[in-house]
Design a binder for this molecule. Structure first.
Ligand SMILES: *Cc1c(COP(=O)(O)O)cnc(C)c1O
Length: 370
């Protein structure tokens, strides 16, 4: 069976280097917020082109820390999307802020700036004022940062990029995660940059913004044992940081491999009725997921399964229809119509850098037969 994602293969591909890094971290005798985290934060910020990076426990906490660092919490609405990992919306609520879920554009699956503009112009009744916009660069494709950034500037709103699926994606040649007031990353094992456990980071433009987030991740401490803010505990540990330092050095090559595999799938799909992913003009897509679209999803998934090919659905239910959120979370002006349609038709094909050429060819051959 060719699986859809395979973090074990990612480990085995770099086993010698990773094992050495793990041994180094264990031997150091220092396991939380030490030299490995410091070195990883510096390397990640430099690779990204951001001012600073602050490691934290996971990608959900990264969003919480970014929002809280910008002073966003109770009494604030945050515009984000329903077509995302539930973590995006959960994180907004963890701060006490109110999420408002904007529809996606049907071609690219990212926040629709037209719906965002309409929603900002007519705040849904009873909601607190908008303070921030949190677009998600879903599947590895940048959201429309020009249009969304302009709306943020015009309305005096903070822009926070959820980059959990987009490490290395670019917009007009510049890496996403450097366009807003803060950007958040997850290092969950299957992400483009994955740890072997949980991890996350917040990227920030300035030292000052970073020091606030760094304090919030550890009880609000700026000096040990003295809380200036009410913080939380969300630290990146030394072991994961040591592993991430190894993985980061291979990330550009891994993203290149993802793009090459995507090109093979594109070609295979040309003579089928199945819609390949659309690349936004000006965007560098890093294919965290290769998501096709078909109204016959169940049949396609079954045919692939019969050919020994696994697939996934990201995501089968939009956040606003999930039991924990249904009927109580606010939607934007467009009512998430495109979001609901996409959720019923999207299918993620196997895509991870360690797929062999032979496996990629097997998937391509099965796609051509669809
Ligand atoms: C994975 C993911 C998150 C959450 O990251 P965790 O590390 O699992 O907390 C947030 N947003 C998006 C878009 C994600 O894909």
């Amino acid at each position: 069976m060719i699986v859809q994602a395979n973090p074990g293969a990612g480990y085995r591909a770099l086993k010698t280097e990773i094992d050495a890094a793990v041994a180094r971290a264990l031997d150091s005798g220092w396991y939380i917020l030490g030299q490995e985290v410091k070195a990883f934060e510096a390397a990640f910020a430099s690779w990204l082109g951001a001012g600073k990076a602050v490691g934290c426990g996971n990608g959900t906490d990264a969003i919480v820390l970014a929002l809280r660092g910008l002073g966003i919490g109770p009494g604030c609405s945050v515009a984000t999307v329903s077509h995302t990992a539930v973590a995006t919306v959960a994180a907004v609520e963890m701060t006490g802020a109110t999420p408002v879920l904007i529809d996606i554009d049907a071609e690219h699956y990212t926040m629709d700036p037209v719906d965002l503009a309409a929603t900002l112009a007519a705040l849904p009744a009873g909601l607190p004022p908008f303070k921030a916009v949190l677009p998600v660069h879903l599947y590895g494709q940048p959201a429309d940062l020009d249009a969304i950034g302009a709306l943020c500037r015009d309305n005096g709103l903070a822009l926070i990029e959820d980059c959990a699926q987009a490490h290395g994606a670019t917009w007009q040649g510049r890496k996403v995660g450097t366009f807003g007031d803060a950007a958040t990353f997850s290092f969950y094992p299957t992400k483009n940059l994955g740890a072997l456990g949980d991890g996350g980071a917040v990227a920030l433009p300035s030292e000052e913004a970073a020091s606030r987030v760094a304090a919030l991740r550890q009880y609000g401490w700026r000096t040990h044992y003295i809380s200036d803010d009410v913080g939380m505990n969300s630290r990146l540990d030394e072991l994961q940081a040591a592993i991430l330092r190894v993985k980061l050095a291979h990330l550009d090559a891994a993203n290149g491999r993802r793009q090459d595999i995507a090109a093979v799938y594109d070609e295979a799909l040309r003579h089928t009725a199945i819609r390949p992913p659309t690349r936004r003009v000006g965007a560098g897509h890093v294919f965290h997921l290769y998501v096709v679209r078909t109204p016959d999803r169940d049949a396609v998934q079954a045919a692939l399964r019969a050919a020994g090919i696994g697939s996934g659905i990201h995501y089968p239910q939009p956040v606003h229809l999930q039991p924990a959120y249904r009927g109580r979370v606010a939607l934007g002006a467009a009512g998430c119509v495109q979001t609901e349609l996409a959720a019923s038709q999207v299918l993620s094909l196997p895509l991870y850098p360690e797929l062999t050429d032979d496996e990629v060819a097997q998937v391509a051959a099965a796609l051509k037969r669809l």
